[in-house]
Design a protein around this ligand. Structure first.
Ligand SMILES: C[S@@+](CC[C@H](N)C(=O)[O-])C[C@H]1O[C@@H](n2cnc3c(N)ncnc32)[C@H](O)[C@@H]1O
Length: 242
């Protein structure tokens, strides 16, 4: 294990974002080894690592997000939180001419890392923001994607993140969420994953106990929600049409 690391402030990310004073405690306490330590970024941000973590399902789940969006994505898209691997680059390659992608993350080193992975001319703007307080105007995005973020957040933050995502997407727009889900009782990974998540990702088992709709704001009551599960129920995609 790495020694705990003081994240500091990255000059690159700081020039492209509103100043944020601190990284949430749940990240520095629970996920410093995955997202904050520079060696973590080098270690995890490779296809082999992300595929091992997702039992070979990385491309399938990434493509499940893309399949819920038009094949040529138009308008303004918001990605909540950076993702290791080629997620953002692939999303960017589906943008129609004139379309844009904004990505927010609360950890500067993650934004720096993503910037390095994108072509210089990509129509992508990176924002150093907290998903629970986006600070964008309401109803400005045509679609938003949230890939494996909700399971990392304590319940109150998860609820606030969903409220913020739904606030910034236009009526008629779409939100696509991919995350963990309670596996089918016959899924052999159930026995292995439960203690692993309990130990390493303490908030993740919330998604085994409840549907994501449980954390949606009241304003989402009129929205249509479609759920698809993958890999014996261990993963889910939720599409919310506002
Ligand atoms: C999308 S999640 C997990 C993705 C998945 N494990 C992967 O990379 O393949 C990881 C990202 O979420 C970011 N993150 C966590 N809490 C956040 C918050 N409150 N606001 C914005 N970004 C956040 C972390 O900094 C990290 O870059």
């Amino acid at each position: 294990m790495f020694k705990k690391f003081d994240p500091g402030v990255s000059p690159l990310a700081a020039t492209q974002a509103e100043p944020l004073s601190e990284i949430p405690r749940y990240l520095t306490d629970t996920y410093w080894w995955a997202y904050i330590h520079p060696r973590a970024v080098r270690f995890f941000d490779r296809m082999l690592a992300v595929n091992l973590i997702l039992f070979g399902n990385y491309r399938r789940l990434r493509n499940a997000v893309l399949a819920a969006l038009p094949s040529r994505i138009t308008g303004k898209t918001l990605q909540i939180a950076c993702v290791y691997g080629d997620f953002t680059r692939t999303l960017t390659s589906d943008l129609a001419p004139g379309a844009t992608l904004d990505v927010v993350d609360v950890v500067p080193i993650q934004l720096d890392n993503l910037r390095r992975k994108l072509p210089a001319a990509a129509p992508v703007t990176l924002y150093w923001r907290d998903s629970a307080a986006l600070g964008f105007e309401s109803a400005i995005y045509d679609q938003a994607v949230v890939f494996f973020l909700l399971h990392e957040q304590p319940e109150a933050v998860r609820k606030q993140t969903l409220a913020e995502v739904l606030r910034v997407v236009k009526p008629g727009g779409r939100v696509v969420v991919v995350d963990y889900h309670r596996p089918h009782w016959l899924n052999p990974l159930r026995v292995f994953m439960k203690p692993l998540l309990f130990r390493l990702e303490p908030f993740a088992l919330d998604l085994w106990k409840r549907d994501i709709s449980h954390w949606l704001p009241h304003e989402a009551a009129g929205s249509r929600l479609y759920k698809t599960t993958f890999f014996g129920g261990l993963y889910q995609r939720i599409v919310i049409d506002l």
